[in-house]
Design a protein around this ligand. Structure first.
Ligand code: PMT
Length: 216
């Protein structure tokens, strides 16, 4: 079906992983490939939205007609998200954001010496939580990547971050979540019963996400 229901909507999507340096040659990251976020960007642009995609490093091809902003670190993602935010109607944060970074990344490659090596990590900003505090008319959508107590942990994130929709996925499963072409998710909305969206292609999940948002 050709849909144009998102014409005029300005949508910001984050996708992929963030990368935090340990030294010039090593880093801390996670398993996100960007597939979920890119599927969301593709779906929104097909429905006529004006889409900005802020993305960590991925192997995926760029999505045509989407404004692309590459980032590496959580701080860079925060800066770019905040720069766009006021001009945006809908934010969907599918990126897997590092909660911590190395406090003082080494400026030179760390040499092998003692049997143990200690590294101090410090907390990054919670980008979505900050948006939740300052949002005006924006619709805020987050993902929750959980390995246990999916519903409870996700419900807490929805509240803490003041979200309009939270999409929870079980990232302990190999057939969905990180890297897979498919996902199975639970939609949580304030004042609504949780809704399970059964296993399907990420593009189909993306369609259900924007169907839900456009129905608000
Ligand atoms: O990229 P794929 O391989 O397709 O995998 C998809 C996915 C598993 C990465 C995706 O479906 C997903 O779950 N994305 C969210 C990953 C995540 O960071 O979840 P979280 O539960 O740690 O964070 C909750 C929300 O807060 C997320 O929307 C996240 O973007 C945001 N966040 C988290 C930490 C932080 N410091 N700032 C944030 O804004």
């Amino acid at each position: 079906a050709v849909l144009d229901d998102m014409r005029g909507k300005r949508v910001l999507i984050t996708a992929g992983k963030t990368v935090e340096a340990i030294d010039p040659v090593r880093y801390i990251t996670n398993h996100s490939t960007g597939k979920m976020g890119y599927a969301l960007a593709q779906e929104a642009v097909e429905r006529g939205a004006e889409v900005t995609l802020i993305s960590g490093p991925t192997d995926l091809p760029k999505v045509p007609k989407v404004k692309f902003i590459p980032i590496n670190t959580t701080s860079e993602m925060a800066r770019e998200v905040n720069r766009c935010f006021e001009q945006i109607d809908i934010v969907v944060m599918a990126a897997a954001v590092s909660d911590y970074r190395v406090e003082k990344p080494a400026t030179q490659k760390i040499k092998k010496k003692s049997d143990t090596l200690e590294m101090k990590l410090i907390k990054n900003v919670d980008i979505l939580k900050d948006l939740g505090r300052k949002k005006k008319k924006q619709i805020l959508v987050g993902f929750a990547a959980e390995t246990q107590n999916l519903r409870e942990n996700a419900a807490r994130k929805m509240q803490e971050k003041n979200l309009d929709l939270l999409i929870a996925n079980d990232v302990s499963r190999r057939d969905i979540g990180f890297g897979s072409d498919q996902n199975e998710v639970l939609f949580l909305r304030p004042g609504h019963e949780p809704l399970l969206i059964g296993k399907n292609d990420k593009k189909k999940i993306a369609q259900r996400v924007f169907d839900c948002i456009m129905d608000f």
